[in-house]
Design a protein. Structure first.
Length: 280
């Protein structure tokens, strides 16, 4: 009986790992191809049978830098807009999440429903009334405008995620600190904030990736000064001979790097934050 149980458990583990590896393969293989093809010339990219490891070259990157210099300025714009929008989103979402978690009343249900309803509207619906208004104020093609718009669109999801982490912090800890003489603000800073740090990190990752890859707002509300990498990639991928696949792959690699570096550095906090929000 024990042997049957062990065999059953072993079979389940093997099956679980198989599907996990299959999922990782389908998720990582396109990224692997993008990275490998960015170091190939056009002939090797379209070679048949495909050559995974052929002669590698940095020609695509040097050509991208010489023929499309504004792509690198667009990456800088993406970093500035993502960082600014992320700070705004985290500050306001954490404050809103704390209010929803600690001050439960019927009056708080209305703004909560508004936040949920905001996720039901696609970005293009927001841009229709917003574009002529911002254009009349001269706020189109502005870094701060894109920061605020992206933060506003990300706020509802960030608040709902953040609330689950704030709910995990017992209110009794804050009350005990206030009994000992701490003010409400000090109890918030010294107790609630550190305990929710893994959750804040998890929310920051999800929000940052969403803002970094955002296309609709960047395409409509920017032209030159505040244009971002996802928009410029669509222009560097073509030349007089057709699609410049080498430039496209190299641009995709450069656009992927900041998020890959960020996730690699703080992935432990991401996993811990997701787990702490899922387990109560």
């Amino acid at each position: 009986m024990i042997n049957k149980y062990r065999l059953y458990k072993y079979g389940n583990n093997v099956l679980s790992y198989f599907f996990l590896l299959l999922l990782v393969f389908f998720a990582a293989f396109p990224i692997f191809l993008i990275i490998i093809n960015s170091f190939k010339d056009a002939l090797d990219i379209w070679a048949y049978p495909p050559k995974i490891f052929s002669k590698l070259t940095v020609q695509n990157f040097t050509r991208l830098a010489s023929e499309n210099p504004r792509f690198f300025s667009s990456v800088r714009n993406s970093i500035i807009i993502t960082a600014g929008a992320l700070v705004i989103t985290l500050v306001f979402s954490f404050a809103a999440a704390f209010a929803f978690s600690r001050y439960k009343s019927r009056a708080m249900q209305i703004p909560a429903l508004i936040l949920i309803a905001m996720r039901m509207f696609p970005p293009i619906v927001i841009t229709i009334p917003l574009y002529p208004f911002l254009r009349s104020l001269g706020l189109v093609d502005n870094h701060f405008t894109l920061m605020v718009i992206n933060a506003a669109f990300s706020l509802s999801l960030a608040t709902m995620m953040m609330k689950t982490f704030v709910d995990d912090v017992p209110v009794e800890l804050e009350e005990a600190a206030m009994i000992e003489g701490c003010s409400k603000l000090r109890a918030f800073v010294t107790i609630t904030l550190p305990l929710t740090a893994p959750g804040i990190t998890a929310v920051a990752i999800f929000v940052a990736i969403g803002i970094w890859n955002e296309y609709t707002f960047a395409y409509i509300f920017s032209t030159t000064k505040a244009i971002t990498a996802p928009v410029v990639i669509t222009t560097v991928s073509s030349d007089v001979m057709g699609v410049n696949w080498g430039a496209l792959f190299s641009a995709c690699v450069i656009q992927l790097l900041p998020m890959l570096i960020m996730v690699t550095i703080i992935h432990k906090y991401l996993i811990r934050g997701v787990q702490s929000g899922a387990i109560k």
